[in-house]
Design a protein around this ligand. Structure first.
Ligand code: UGA
Length: 457
């Protein structure tokens, strides 16, 4: 038996747990719970995904997860199946299916409802169904009604909320080191059952179901607002000849603000922040509220992406017939996920404006067939009029500016994520434009207004 598993923190009450859905949340929760000492059965409906998992391959890129799953399977703690009857002996079943946004921004809860119906109809004893997916407040109440309609009459199915706060590319670490475990339940007995799935020393917040559901939306919406605020400050710094790196560091040193999620860039992306922002707005609208701050973050995020296009046009002019090399397709480093990635929007706009696009990314595949994707960044930049760095991959910080300069046709480099050494690049004759720093010259026009204000009144 491998000691790595044994060294993990221990659950208070080893339990047979069913997990429906083998995506980011499902696989990480399943592996995490099995590592804590539970026996976990993952139910995945997609036959291709299931076949991959059975071969020991993962449908997602997540550091450490494949190795841990392999170890847990060999230890007999974790298995995969397509048979919903596997929930029969479980006392807890986690629903980890997708809740994507509809085209109008409202969340689509059909997968969740169908999974709940399936689980309830296969229950052979009283069961607690836990909603792990991010859902609008009120969903657990609705799912409980659905379960009542599908379960045998002699079986009680209770539904609780236990939202997951993991970040892609750090999912396992986040699961094992939670800032908080949020449990929303209508009955203390149910809350205790879920709390006992986790080690006693983990910080647990027990609350009602709607509050638990809203905590996840509120946390992601706050992060989206915070990043958008950083992007507006960065733009202001650029106009004022100030340095956003220093300004935001100085702002974040106030513990009431905090340093995280104050890094400017081409806007946030991924499958969560944008989706939950739309979900939050839809929920607020339904009860007659405007959600002004979340709406503002949504609009700032669109503007932050557009700013990269404006920068490009600022340095190479009309994009028609120009060759632009995009470095970074994924929404953040360490993942191959391109869902709602800023690069997608930037590529769509500049292609529409007539640019030819080549691209590279350490992990992500091409956005679509019209984009030429290269594994090697130097192949991607060959002959380019401009290079735009859109994902903060460490691979891009290590690029050799001499080689880049010699491969490119033009000299423009837009670093939207602040990963390169600007001085070294400029020393090689490259013209670097960031999104966070203006020219700190003494006679900057910005001093005119304060000068005037010293004279008037
Ligand atoms: C996010 C949250 O961070 C998790 O807590 C949450 O559990 C998860 O959504 C979810 O709902 O499941 P994730 O989408 O994996 O996690 O990615 P983040 O690391 O939060 O990054 C989101 C985006 O914000 C990326 O595009 C990133 O580049 C951008 N970002 C992040 C910034 O532009 N600036 C920052 O300072 C931080």
């Amino acid at each position: 038996m491998d000691t790595w598993i044994e060294d993990r923190p221990r659950a208070q009450q080893p339990t047979l747990v069913g997990v429906v859905g083998a995506g980011y949340v499902g696989l990480t929760s399943a592996a995490g719970l099995a590592a804590l000492g539970h026996r976990v059965r993952v139910i995945e409906a997609d036959p291709d995904r299931l076949a991959m998992l059975e071969r020991g391959e993962l449908p997602i890129v997540e550091p450490g997860l494949a190795e841990l799953i392999d170890e847990l399977r060999r230890a007999g703690r974790l298995d995969f199946t397509s048979a919903m009857s596997a929930v029969g002996g479980a006392s807890v079943v986690l629903l980890c299916v997708g809740t994507p946004p509809r085209s109008d921004g409202d969340p689509d809860l059909r997968q969740l409802a169908s999974a709940a119906r399936d689980v309830a109809s296969h229950a052979t004893a009283d069961l607690v169904v836990v909603v792990k997916s991010t859902v609008p407040p009120g969903t657990c109440d609705a799912i409980e009604l659905i379960c009542h309609g599908s379960a045998r009459e002699d079986i009680a199915v209770r539904v609780a909320s236990n939202p997951e706060f993991l970040r892609e590319s750090r999912a396992l670490w986040d699961f094992m080191h939670p800032d908080r475990v949020v449990v929303g339940a209508a009955e203390r007995r149910v809350a205790t059952l879920i709390r006992d799935l986790y080690p006693a020393e983990w910080p647990v917040l027990l609350t009602d179901r709607r509050s638990a559901e809203l905590i996840k939306y509120a946390a992601n919406t706050f992060l989206a607002i915070k990043i958008s605020y950083a992007n507006e400050i960065a733009a202001l710094c650029e106009h004022l000849g100030a340095d956003a790196g220093d300004v935001l560091e100085g702002t974040g040193l106030d513990p009431r603000v905090g340093p995280q999620f104050l890094k400017p860039g081409p806007g946030f992306g991924g499958s969560c922040l944008g989706k939950d922002l739309s979900g939050m707005i839809a929920v607020a609208n339904r009860v007659g509220l405007e959600a002004q701050l979340p709406r503002a973050a949504q609009s700032v995020n669109g503007w932050a992406r557009m700013r990269v296009v404006e920068k490009l046009e600022g340095v190479i002019g009309d994009l028609e017939g120009k060759h632009v090399a995009i470095l970074g397709l994924a929404f953040k480093p360490g993942t191959d996920d391109i869902r709602d990635s800023p690069a997608l929007d930037v590529i769509a706009i500049i292609t529409e404006r007539g640019a030819r696009v080549t691209a590279t990314d350490p992990l992500a595949a091409a956005v679509d067939a019209s984009i030429e994707r290269f594994d090697d960044p130097y192949d991607a930049v060959r002959g380019a009029d401009a290079v735009a760095i859109l994902t903060a991959c460490p691979e891009f910080s290590g690029l050799d500016p001499h080689r880049l300069r010699s491969e490119m046709h033009g000299t423009a480099v837009i670093d939207a994520v602040g990963v390169i050494d600007v001085d070294a690049f400029e020393a090689c004759g490259l013209d670097v434009a960031g999104i966070d720093r203006g020219t700190p010259c003494a006679f900057h026009p910005v001093i005119l207004s304060p000068l005037r204000w010293t004279l008037s009144g």
